[in-house]
Design a protein around this ligand. Structure first.
Ligand code: NDP
Length: 240
């Protein structure tokens, strides 16, 4: 039977490409989202992938969703923590709410969903977890202390959980994208984007499909010896 994969933020942007790549790999995919019903419905109509609305920063909502997926689709054996937001401002202007929103969504979601799916993976003696970090977690970025802190922490979280999962056949890896052509990056002002492009040796933004391919590689049955690693995909912007 096809293994069940949950991709958070899986109906738009990078997540949509990850969902499509995992479906192509033969997985039964559930794509989560939080508010964009129209985008999710369009994605479902186009791909046939089941979509499910819940807030990944809310532990109780995650618990309900994981129980529903387990009952209706099957136990989750592949988890991609991709949902993420930015709330950019310099530290002077950043409010505690902006800090909390990014930490709860980008990092808290990894805790919530790993915690809720880990036991089923242990029972199955198989699991694949991929957490989506960021080049800005590796390098830092002006105006993003919240985002850089959350994404940087994902890399430590990944390495620690990899050690807990290893003897149960559960691998835990991170992918750290550079600048990828999605709605999140299209929101960056043009003059800032020119400066960013000038620092990318390959000279272009990445494509979501390039991240989808990497996640499919890391979640493959044959990838059982890769754990605790971070795969940087950034056009040479940061060689880590
Ligand atoms: P988008 O803004 O295009 O999409 C974000 C997705 O996350 C949407 O599906 C959104 O749902 C979902 N989401 C946001 N908050 C929540 C929440 N609380 N609960 C459930 N779902 C939520 O982002 P990208 O595709 O650009 O980014 C995807 C990931 O990649 C993020 O973690 C981001 O930080 C990371 N990343 C992106 C880079 C880039 O250049 N784009 C670079 C490096 C890392 P909805 O559709 O309902 O809004």
């Amino acid at each position: 039977m096809a293994r069940v994969a949950l991709v958070t933020g899986g109906s738009r942007g990078i997540g949509a490409a990850i969902s499509a790549a995992l479906k192509e790999q033969g997985r039964t995919v559930v794509a989560n989202y939080t508010s964009s019903d129209a985008a999710a419905e369009a994605f479902h109509a186009e791909t046939g992938i089941r979509v499910m609305r819940f807030d990944v920063s809310d532990l109780a909502a995650c618990e309900t969703a994981v129980a529903q997926i387990t009952a209706e689709v099957g136990p989750i054996e592949i988890l991609v923590n991709n949902a993420g937001i930015t709330r950019d401002a310099t530290l002077t202007r950043m409010t505690r709410d902006m800090w909390d929103a990014v930490l709860d969504t980008d990092l808290g979601s990894c805790f919530n969903l790993c915690k809720l799916t880990f036991d089923a993976m242990r029972t199955a003696k198989f699991g694949r977890i991929v957490n989506i970090g960021s080049v800005n977690g590796q390098m830092g970025q002006y105006g993003q202390v919240n985002y850089a802190a959350a994404k940087s922490a994902i890399h430590g979280f990944t390495k620690a959980l990899a050690q807990e999962g290893a003897r149960f056949g559960i691998t835990v890896n991170a992918v750290a994208p550079g600048y990828i052509d999605t709605d999140m990056v299209r929101a960056v002002p043009a003059e800032v984007m020119q400066k960013i492009l000038a620092r990318i040796p390959i000279g272009r933004l990445g494509h979501s499909e390039e991240i989808g391919r990497a996640v499919a590689f890391l979640t493959a049955e044959e990838a059982g010896f890769i754990t605790g690693s971070t795969l940087s995909i950034n056009g040479g912007q940061h060689m880590y």
